[in-house]
Design a protein. Sequence first.
Length: 183
Amino acid sequence: MLVIPAIDLMGGEVVRLEKGDFATKTVYARRPADKADEFARSGATLLHVVDLDGAREGWPVNLDAVAAICRINGEVKIAGWVAGTGLKAVDVAQRVKAAGVSFVEYTDVGRDGMFTGVDVEGARALQAEAGVQVVASGGVAGLADVRACKAAGLAGVIVGKALYEGRIRLADAIREASEGAAG
């Protein structure tokens, strides 16, 4: 199972939000590339990078920060989680699977940044109903969430605020996700 650290960008800085609310921004790093390098040194092989300004504006805004990171590391909501689409997550997941996508991210925005635990059951149900591998996101509080995602057979889990607040160490999460895995 994958453990994917999150880097959310606003104004060129690494931030985290609570429940997707832009007014709750907390800055964790001024240099995103340094944070990406730190995650890579801890064993991360993938990053989940979100241009929050771009999501809100409708076009890429933090391209310089994203480019700097890339140089180092190689109801569905839209418009920065503000607008609803009226589409069910399972319907969208089935559509993107038909288009050749092999992984989808499932974020419970109401849990995001709140340390309330990831919605393992919702992610597992989506994976079963849509027939596509799911990476869960939102609400990770500690290693128990990583274990729960692994036990549910999910493809991975994205960890953000729990890393920045020191509630979880990336290397420990990766080790937990890898235990018992062939490879």
